[in-house]
Write a protein of this length. Structure first.
Length: 87
């Protein structure tokens, strides 16, 4: 049972990271009102907005997606370690 939870945490974290990267890439090529981009932004934007309030822009670069990816990895690692210790 715990192995299933570990795998679920791993898969969800990888999916979130992929969506963040996809959101960044699509922001360069797709207009903001496109259906695909709006759908991904509905998932990612609630996670990015608190980070954007804390992390300032560096020139014209928004580092909040990078911070979000690092936070997702840290939380995923911590949850997987916690679940591994429960075995």
């Amino acid at each position: 049972m715990i192995d299933v939870l570990i795998k679920l945490v791993d898969v969800l974290s990888q999916a979130l990271i992929l969506l963040v990267i996809l959101s960044v890439i699509l922001s360069f090529f797709m207009p903001p009102y496109h259906t695909v981009r709006r759908t991904i932004d509905r998932i990612i934007e609630p996670l990015l907005s608190p980070i954007r309030r804390v992390v300032p822009l560096v020139g014209m670069f928004d580092l909040s997606p990078l911070v979000l990816i690092i936070l997702i990895q840290i939380v995923s690692f911590a949850l997987i370690r916690l679940l591994s210790n429960l075995r």
